[in-house]
Write a protein that binds this ligand. Structure first.
Ligand code: PMT
Length: 393
């Protein structure tokens, strides 16, 4: 994820400094060369030694130890993360005050920056702090958090630093190419559930992993993303406009509502093809045998295919085997640009696994096969192919 990337991690004086150790660890594990710069206050909460152990690099604390450290560190870094960032440091950054190594680095550094604030909610809501955060945001600094939660002082409020995983995700996003800027991508994910009665339902094994990966990758690359999802335990990706639905009819309504402003639609959801004709209003009594009458749900993609215009439409085909003929049939029937065939009979592909094995078929009959990959990598390949078509329309 961060291979060959030099990342500077600035740590300031907050109790949340303990989370920075986890951030450093995750960055290193994902291939980054991490150099940590700590303020004097940060060293009162946590020692440099722990970061040296985690990163394998010297930790920088003193502006005067090496007269050019602020220039050299700034020059070699591809990304600068400040986590936790206190109100004091944020205000200094915004005003251009350079009175320690970290704030000197801030002035000398010219690349992408991610800042994760941490402070008491009263400090966070102070107009002067709000103003400086707004100014820094306008100058291109990417803020992640803070969130509302319990604070170290025992109070509850907005000021808690986000978890390490979110800072790392913001770092990935900051380093990603932004080739999808200007695209508005509507993505569906997960299963739908069709009630039989208030307790029971018909559904399928989709976990949402594939669709959520596409949404995450698209947002990282600069797209505006709307994710319509059936029930899933996946965490909605940060920055994505998220809509939760249950039934196929609800998914259809949301997709149709957001279709107009979309430049592309990618339907990874496993939409139930049928629903019980008459869902019981009360719990059905246990009988030896029951019969269930089903009726067909609307085929969402087929409906979109009828009014496609210049939008790029991408469907998935869940097939038991590498059935190119069946997937091509779906592509034609639904008037799609691309269909992503995944062979769900494999253990490393399809439902509820972190990997997928796909064959991409386009509307000219071209077929491209791919090896087993993580779903997030599959997502990037699908987005690349979508973008190629979008550039031509
Ligand atoms: O969620 P995961 O656990 O990560 O699993 C991923 C996945 C296997 C669900 C995903 O990769 C996938 O294959 N999704 C499509 C599953 C499916 O419903 O395939 P299908 O061949 O039945 O449908 C073809 C296409 O029509 C799909 O894009 C589907 O979203 C769409 N469709 C289907 C039925 C319907 N009523 N309306 C639709 O729009």
């Amino acid at each position: 994820m961060f291979r060959d990337q030099n990342i500077l991690l600035g740590v300031t004086g907050s109790i949340a400094a303990y989370k920075s150790v986890d951030i450093a660890r995750r960055l290193v594990e994902n291939g980054a060369h991490v150099k940590v710069v700590m303020t004097e206050a940060a060293c009162r909460f946590i020692t440099p030694y722990i970061f040296e152990a985690v990163t394998g690099n010297q930790v920088y604390t003193d502006l005067f130890k090496d007269p050019f450290s602020h220039i050299n560190l700034a020059r070699e870094a591809h990304l600068f993360i400040v986590a936790p960032a206190t109100a004091n440091t944020i205000n200094k950054f915004s005003c251009g005050i350079a009175d320690n190594l970290l704030s000197n680095l801030w002035l000398a550094y010219e690349g992408p920056i991610v800042v994760a604030p941490a402070m008491n909610f009263r400090m966070y809501r102070k107009p002067v702090v709000k103003k400086h955060i707004r100014d820094l945001r306008q100058s291109g600094v990417q803020f992640v958090g803070p969130v509302t939660g319990s604070l170290a002082c025992g109070e509850e409020g907005e000021g808690r630093m986000v978890e390490a995983a979110e800072v790392v995700e913001a770092a990935v996003s900051a380093l990603s190419k932004k080739d999808l800027t200007g695209q508005n991508i509507l993505i569906t994910a997960g299963p739908t559930v069709e009630p039989i009665d208030p307790v029971r339902y018909i559904s399928n094994r989709s976990s949402g992993k594939m669709g959520y990966a596409v949404a995450k990758a698209a947002y990282r690359r600069g797209a505006e993303v709307t994710l319509v999802s059936g029930p899933s335990s996946q965490q909605p990706p940060a920055g994505v406009s998220f809509i939760k639905v249950e039934r196929a009819s609800e998914m259809a309504a949301e997709v149709f509502k957001h279709f107009n402003k979309a430049t592309s639609v990618i339907m990874a959801a496993a939409v139930a093809d049928y629903m019980p004709s008459d869902a019981a209003k009360v719990k059905l009594r246990k009988e030896d045998e029951i019969s269930l009458k089903l009726k067909k749900n609307t085929d969402i993609l087929s409906e979109l295919g009828k009014k496609k215009g210049h939008k790029v439409l991408v469907g998935f085909a869940a097939e038991s085997g590498k059935d190119v003929k069946s997937a091509t049939g779906k592509l034609k029937e639904k008037n799609l640009d691309l269909i992503i065939l995944n062979d769900i009979s494999r253990k490393d592909a399809g439902f509820d696994v972190d990997t997928n094995v796909i064959t991409i078929i386009n509307n000219k009959g071209n077929i491209a096969e791919y090896p087993v990959m993580k779903k997030i990598e599959v997502a990037d390949i699908i987005l690349d192919r979508m973008l190629e078509i979008s550039a031509k329309t």
